[in-house]
Design a protein around this ligand. Structure first.
Ligand code: HMG
Length: 391
């Protein structure tokens, strides 16, 4: 077995062209906006334009990576999502074409709620270990949709995170020990006939904490670094206060002596982007990583723990070490531009977009050009989804 470090060689995130301030939803519901801004820790949520979906988000996130590193060594692209656009064809196949990847490449989609990008990352690391010349593109991409007036409505959002997994990584070397937990439960799910998720909100919070606790205990039994050996923690963030709740729970389980102020200080840099994007399901924990990397100086040699949770449920905890010189590989300005470049929409516009459903007939249904991204969903024709680079 090779001892070459393997991990994240490059990472980039993309979000939608539109944004809604959560105060707009609070006003419509007649509740105090502070419930959202500080109670759940969400300020805004990204809203897809009519020609944006998980495929365009994924391709937009990954384009800067393939432009920087080339396409020749990428022989696998994995798209992790729980908001797939086809029951059969992998979103990765559309993304593969949009990115101009070579034909001698495998393309596949992974699913297990918000967790599957972590499975994709672990699979990718194993593939690179088998052939260190190979690079694997892992892309987490989702559009979170709940019913209007439901408890989940303020926790919608959309985004994608793309990672190039390679030997001798420039950003994060993954450590091999992981902690795992799986249990068949119904805390959050989306039956095939629905385009919005169903959730038992309070149960889902308890299920998240329970799964993280058991995955942590497994990680410790497997010989993972202890709490005191970890410098930063990146959690799955369905809403950012969930990460704070989970970290306080972990402090208790690990019998660590962290004060509330220390908990908040260690987490805060990883919450900045998700507070503005909303829940991006599979991408959320990796956008948290980008937020941490972009918002803290001098992370060289620091160990980060990743705490991944997907309802249903599966949890995995693993660690990685930030590589010397990583800072020159970041895309901080592009990420800030993606967030700041979104156009704010009002409640009427948001409600009209939320009400829109996919046509089910075989006619031609072109999508209006709204996106500011590099790729667009051009519409449906004969029940086939059409994608193109923007002119
Ligand atoms: P809710 O029940 O409407 O809210 O929705 P609440 O009454 O529990 O209030 C939320 C917090 O705001 C509380 O704080 C209130 O005290 C506080 P806490 O007690 O929790 O510390 N609050 C205020 N704070 C300041 N000023 C005020 C004010 N009023 C109240 N005026 C819930 C909350 C999370 C249930 C809802 O948003 C929801 O259903 N979300 C969707 C489910 C979810 O995100 N679950 C998280 C765990 S499951 C998961 O992470 C997986 C997931 O990503 C999917 C996947 O894996 O695929 C969801």
């Amino acid at each position: 077995m090779s001892s070459t470090p393997i991990g994240i060689h490059d990472i980039s995130f993309a979000t939608t062209s539109l944004v809604l301030d959560l105060g707009v939803i609070a006003t419509r519901m007649g509740i105090d906006p502070q419930k959202y801004y500080s109670g759940i820790g969400q300020v805004e949520m990204s809203v897809p334009a009519r020609d944006e979906d998980i495929v365009t988000l994924a391709a937009n996130a990954a384009l800067p990576i393939v432009e920087r590193h080339g396409r020749d060594r990428i022989r696998t692209v994995i798209v992790a999502t729980e908001t797939g656009i086809d029951q059969s064809k992998a979103a990765a196949v559309y993304v593969h074409r949009l990115l101009g990847l070579g034909e001698n490449c495998r393309a596949v989609e992974f699913k297990q709620a918000c967790y599957s990008a972590t499975a994709a990352l672990q699979f990718a690391a194993a593939m690179v270990q088998r052939d260190p010349q190979q690079q694997v593109l892992v892309i987490a991409t989702d559009v979170a949709r709940y019913d209007l007036q439901s408890s989940g409505e303020p926790t919608q959002g959309a985004g994608a995170a793309a990672m190039l997994v390679a030997a001798d990584p420039a950003i994060i070397a993954l450590e091999p020990v992981t902690g795992l937990y799986t249990e068949d439960i119904m805390d959050f799910w989306r039956p095939n006939h629905r385009d919005t998720a169903l959730v038992d909100g309070k149960t889902s919070i308890r299920a998240y904490l329970h799964a993280i606790e058991h995955a942590w205990q497994d990680a410790q039994r497997q010989g993972a670094p202890g709490f005191e050996q970890i410098d930063y923690f990146c959690y799955h963030q369905p809403f950012t206060v969930m990460a704070v709740k989970a970290h306080r729970h972990l402090v208790k389980i690990a019998a660590a002596a962290a004060s509330s102020a220390q908990v908040d200080a260690v987490l805060e840099p990883s919450l900045i982007y998700n507070r503005q994007v909303g829940n991006s399901y599979t991408a959320s924990m990796y956008i948290a990583l980008v937020s941490l990397l972009d918002n803290v100086a001098q992370l060289d040699g620091k160990r980060i723990a990743f705490l991944s949770y997907g309802s249903g449920c599966v949890a995995e905890i693993f660690t990685g070490v930030v590589q010397p010189g990583y800072a020159s590989h970041l895309r901080t300005a592009a990420h800030a531009a993606a967030l700041q470049g979104r156009t704010a929409i009002d409640d009427a516009d948001y409600l009209a977009r939320h009400a829109q459903t996919q046509p089910t007939d075989a006619g031609a249904h072109p999508a209006p050009h709204e996106t500011t991204g590099h790729f667009r969903y051009a519409g449906l024709s004969g029940n086939k989804r059409l994608y193109e680079a923007t002119p």
